[in-house]
Unconditional design. Sequence first.
Length: 313
Amino acid sequence: MRTPLLSVNRRAKPRSEPPARTREGDNLRGAALMVLSMAAFVCNDAAIKFVTQTLPLPQAVLLRGLAVTAMLWVLAQRDGGVDWWPRDPRDRRLLAWRGVAEVASTFLYLIALQHLALGDLSAIMQSLPLLVMLAAAVVFRERLGWRRLTAVGVGMIGVLLILRPGSSAFSVWSLVALASVLLIVVREITTRGVSVGMRSSTIAFSAALFVTVAAPFLPAEGAWRWPTLAEWTGLAVATGFLAIGYQTAVAVMRVGEVGFVSPFRYTSLLFAILLGMAVFGEWPDAWTWAGSALVVAAGLYSIWRETQLRQGA
């Protein structure tokens, strides 16, 4: 699913936050991980959108999830193994809440993906960093200045331009996508709360496991059946990219400076538009372009402003 993002600068840092130092090359590694993460998730989205045009969504998620979970388990073994029962009860609670948010956000997102253009859905998702910043300020009691609050407001205006409630272009599936965004915000906030000692591979594995276990219990349109060769191919492509996405989505939160790395998340919109055009013949309309521009501009400004605050400007 979707990824990580922007946290706020907190004067009183929680015990789980990494030390405020960046080693040489961390920023470039973080930026590369961010671009890779965004590209992987968008490619997964395109593949699963293709498959679920003919295969029931819960079945597709289960088959993909079984393969992704197995791959992430192997990666976790190379990283020291899966921590099945963290020592800290707080970590156990946070991982449980993160798993619930992961399941709900994933299925709402995939339902929206079936009905919305890839570029339109990605445009709505660009509001995520702004909402994460706002939520982190509330949870961690960081004061947001009027400039960043204004940026959040501008970003939300952009989202309204994309959604266009009350117009003929408005769709209930856009609200489903927005609900998915809000649940991803919950996921990201809980990720920031997990202690530093918890390995990224364990967090990624637990997310995939939660989604896979929940898949069979979701209502399906149409009977489950043996997939065709094209569907198996699409699932294989989705599996590979999602495994990369899960791993890099967690790792990127822990590498480099937020102000440097975060802007690279907006490459997902470019990837989504290009793939939407190439695979599905989709092209965003003028309102979506305008709304996307506002959301991206607001997000980039908030990142720049946070960087200035970190530097004492």
